[in-house]
Ligand binder design. Structure first.
Ligand code: ADP
Length: 509
């Protein structure tokens, strides 16, 4: 049974009717925003953005402080809405609220410092000039979000774009629209001016319309397939796109690993949010010497987890489409010889989308479960001879989002992490936690995306950079201005030789 149904209305509009993934009960419906409405929203955002961009960082931070207060006051309401959209465990609903509050506070506090003008003395000009770099808002940013973290993926880029002086138009996933809709309501309660944050409910057609509605940047989080389409559409218009896409993150368990921590960390990295995380642990390579002990611990850990929505460890899949796809991957693996040590099927006797946490062994890279993104509660574990083989296997993937290395030796862990072709990594730590570490930035290599989200690099991606060269002192007519003279060319030759052909010249430049 599908969790959403599209109804074609008599006036050619579409209504999407949604069911809860917990028990398939009806949870609500919404009308899909049309391309004309998207265009009108972008026009409204452009008008509102002018006054917003004129505010100081301090003034924008005051708006965000009010938003953060609203978030705190509305914690239960936000958690209930995320749960309605996704059926998540309570712990994972509160994690989204904490992530939202943290990002709101972090960028309110630090964006002004990160984006302040810098001034440098350019080389060659010996202090006669000054180069100023300034960050200006892009204008209107389109934010297109997925269904796995329906609140956090919506608000976290929004607060960064706002602090940088932009207006945003958000298009939440059609699978989990109510969390995005709530953000619009919370922004209103916080008194953020009308038009600065607009949330448009809709499906892929609304997202596609937003990409072509005159926005100045698209911040996209979602699948590789759609990300490539969005990237192409943006490139054609010469607008920038940050693409935060999928992953197939490896965990490497070394011979010297603290196995208790490795078992718990790997299980958490794979099953957090029921595995519906772009940086989820999706392939586990365990060195032969500790393989049996690791597997014993992992099976005990996974079998001890309580599966339900609400007060539970692991919950349901959010979308039936994904669940069906994972079942295909599990079948493909078992058909090719994989063995199921835990789970492997839907929880019996219930209507919701509950796939039991599943451990697969005897897996290899001929199986979809080791090559394609799974985005669900599955832990395929592969035995490898040593750490070198583990790194080779880990890099044998079209994805490169994150990963983790589990070893008693942090120095060696760091060296191994650097050998992974990925945008992030953890050492004795879930690599996906880099997302919440705003001192860094989060992004993928290979098919996992383009650009970075969060941190100083992510924040600056919401800005246009302008460089201004200011003349401070010097001759009224600089040596390379008109009129050109034979003598000037001769002087230039001397200058060339001195500057690039002598030790003192090289030092000066
Ligand atoms: P999934 O299939 O897992 O939802 P998608 O990448 O298709 O992943 O969806 C992520 C977001 O992108 C959703 O909000 C979706 O509505 C939106 N989307 C889908 N198709 C397009 C498109 N062609 N252009 C822009 N956004 C799209």
């Amino acid at each position: 049974m599908a969790i959403f149904e599209v109804l074609e209305n008599a006036d050619a509009s579409k209504t999407i009717r949604l069911k809860s993934p917990v028990d398939m009960s009806a949870i609500g419906e919404f009308t899909v925003t049309t391309p004309e409405q998207v265009k009108a929203a972008v026009v409204k955002a452009k008008k509102a953005q002018i006054a917003w961009a004129a505010l100081s960082y301090q003034q924008r931070a005051e708006h965000l402080a009010r938003l953060q207060k609203v978030l705190l006051d509305s914690t239960d309401e936000i958690m209930a809405t995320i749960a309605k959209d996704s059926g998540k465990a309570d712990m994972e609903c509160i994690a989204e609220v904490i992530g939202a509050c943290d990002a709101t506070q972090y960028y309110a506090k630090h964006a002004g410092k990160m984006l302040k003008d810098t001034s440098k003395r350019p080389h060659l000009f010996f202090g006669m000039k000054k180069l100023v770099r300034t960050y200006k808002p892009k204008g209107v940013v389109g934010i297109i979000t997925p269904w796995n973290f329906p609140f956090a993926t919506t608000i976290v880029p929004t607060v960064q774009a706002l602090m940088a002086g932009n207006a945003v138009v958000v298009k939440p996933s059609e699978v989990t629209p109510f969390s995005g809709q709530l953000l619009a309501e919370l922004v209103k309660r916080a008194g953020i001016p009308d038009g600065i944050v607009q949330v448009l409910l809709g499906d892929g057609s609304t997202g596609a319309a937003l990409c072509e509605a005159g926005v100045d940047k698209i911040h996209f989080t979602g699948s590789v397939r759609t990300g490539k389409i969005v990237g192409e559409v943006c490139a054609r218009q010469l607008i920038s796109a940050t693409l935060e896409l999928g992953g197939k993150d490896p965990a490497i368990v070394c011979a010297d690993a603290d196995l208790d921590r490795a078992v718990k960390g790997v299980a958490n990295g794979a099953l957090f949010n029921t595995g519906q995380v772009c940086a989820s642990t999706e392939r586990i390579y365990v060195v032969e010497a500790v393989y049996d002990e690791f597997i014993k611990g992992l099976v005990a850990e996974v079998k001890s987890l309580r599966q339900n929505s609400g007060d539970a460890d692991v919950s349901c899949m959010i979308w039936d489409k994904q669940l069906t796809m994972i079942e295909t991957q599990i079948k493909d693996a078992t058909d090719k010889g994989a063995q199921v040590l835990a789970g492997g099927q839907r929880q019996q006797g219930r209507d919701g989308l509950f796939l039991e946490p599943t451990i697969l062994v005897n897996v290899d890279h001929t199986m979809l479960i080791m090559t394609d993104e799974t985005f669900g509660p599955v832990l395929p574990v592969m035995k490898v001879a040593n750490e070198e083989e583990a790194i080779l296997m880990a890099n044998d993937s079209p994805y490169g989002l994150s990963g983790s290395v589990w070893t008693a030796d942090n120095k060696r862990g760091l060296q191994m992490a650097k050998q992974l072709d990925s945008g992030g990594c953890g050492v004795n730590e879930f690599g996906g936690n880099v997302y919440g570490c705003h001192e860094g930035s989060f992004g993928g290599s290979k098919e996992s995306g383009l650009g970075y989200v969060n941190g100083e690099i992510g924040l600056k991606s919401f800005c246009k950079v302008q460089h201004i060269l200011i003349h401070k002192f010097g001759p009224k007519n600089e040596g390379n201005w008109f009129p050109y003279e034979v003598k000037t060319v001769e002087d230039m030759k001397k200058f060339l030789k001195f500057m690039f052909g002598t030790a003192i010249g090289r030092w000066l430049s």
